[in-house]
Write a protein that binds this ligand. Structure first.
Ligand code: ADP
Ligand code: MG
Length: 353
């Protein structure tokens, strides 16, 4: 996503109010060593400042010329005009600015029928806020699986059932139907399977006990300093693997994304995104942009998947990001989507703050 130069923050143009329409893309100045051209750049700076100040129109500039153009670039930077190395970057920045303003306007006009606001119980909300505060003070950046699950459940997100075993004795208390998956719950582990901290297809209690011990052992040998809360057991979920997530962009704020998950995620890099708030119809549009949309819709006699359950997840992720400015990132990977009307199950969840 193109980033608007921070310069705009200082330029005096209120980009929230600015009409994102740009009257003209100013001609490119090709810098040479000739002083009169450099003087021309100075004049260009003044020219740019005028529409920016008087008409509140955003202006961006492009100088091709590397080091030769440096004095011109410095001059414009002093006048708080963003300068880009290539025209495509400047146009991308204007396009991003336009989208930002449109989205801000949409946020104001979005009707309640479009956007289901889930009001979390205020006590619960303050409790989550407090957890973020304490964890941050302790220098942590990632929520435990247990706390992540609590937040997602408060928004009625369809997480797979999870049993948190702190000790080997706890494993006796599991009463899910087999097969199960087991994984480490540690705030210091980012990719669990990378350190052999996930076991799938556990068929019985004996295997569950073995998994509990081996997961703890693997984490301890690979990350001896990691603070471990325990091991989580979950029923094995089935479906088409999708990624849903959200990031907080320093310029644009919360961005929600969805894409193909599982083993093909890195091969196809099929992800689409939207700025929050993301209404249900935005979420449908987002999904329709994916290359894997035809798979989700059902192709060549194959069943269609429960797209509405993904719409619901995307819509709620957007709400969580708005409600909790502390959250920097949410990764739901994978989400197992069932066939039409069967729903989806979120099997892995990560909240970064
Ligand atoms: P990480 O992404 O941190 O390695 P995951 O919890 O995503 O850990 O587990 C890795 C993989 O194991 C998942 O991508 C998924 O294929 C499989 N898996 C994990 N939990 C389950 C589950 N409950 N049901 C089915 N498959 C699972
Ligand atoms: Mg995962």
């Amino acid at each position: 996503m193109p980033k608007i130069s921070l310069t705009y923050k200082k330029s005096g143009v209120d980009i929230d109010k600015a009409d994102a329409f740009v009257e003209a893309i100013k001609p490119l100045a090709y810098a040479t060593r000739r002083p009169e051209v450099m003087a021309g750049i100075g004049g260009f700076g003044a020219l740019c400042r005028l529409p920016q100040k008087k008409y509140k129109k955003p202006v961006v500039a492009t100088f091709i010329g590397g080091k030769k153009a440096l004095s011109g670039v410095t001059l414009l930077a002093k006048k708080n005009i963003p300068v880009y190395e290539f025209p495509n970057q400047a146009v991308a920045a204007l396009s991003a600015l336009y989208k930002y303003v449109s989205n801000k306007n949409k946020q104001k006009s979005m009707g309640s029928e479009q956007y289901k606001k889930i009001v979390v119980n205020i006590k619960e909300y303050n409790n989550f806020k407090n957890i973020f505060k304490i964890e941050k003070e302790q220098g942590r950046f990632q929520m435990s699986l247990k706390n992540s699950l609590e937040i997602l459940k408060a928004y009625e997100l369809p997480c797979v059932e999870s049993f948190f075993a702190e000790s080997a004795q706890d494993v006796e208390k599991i009463n899910f139907e087999y097969p199960l998956a087991a994984k480490i719950d540690s705030q210091d582990v980012v990719h669990k399977s990378d350190i052999n901290a996930v076991v799938v297809n556990i068929k019985n209690k004996d295997e569950a006990k073995v998994a509990f011990a081996s997961i703890q052992k693997n984490v301890f040998s690979r990350l001896p300093q990691a603070k471990v809360a325990g091991v989580v057991f979950q029923p094995m979920a089935e479906g088409f693997e999708v990624i849903c997530g959200a990031r907080r962009d320093p310029q644009f704020g919360p961005v929600v994304l969805a894409g193909i998950g599982g083993i093909y995620a890195e091969v196809f890099n099929d992800v689409s995104l939207r700025l929050a708030p993301v209404s249900r119809s935005d979420a449908r549009e987002l999904l329709s942009e994916l290359h894997s949309y035809s798979i989700l819709k059902g192709m060549r006699g194959k069943p269609s998947y429960d797209m509405e359950s993904l719409v619901d997840i995307i819509n709620k992720l957007s709400q969580i990001m708005i409600d909790f400015p502390e959250i920097m990132e949410i990764d739901l990977n994978p989400v197992m989507v069932g066939e039409a009307r069967e729903g989806a199950k979120i099997v892995d969840f990560r909240i970064v703050f």
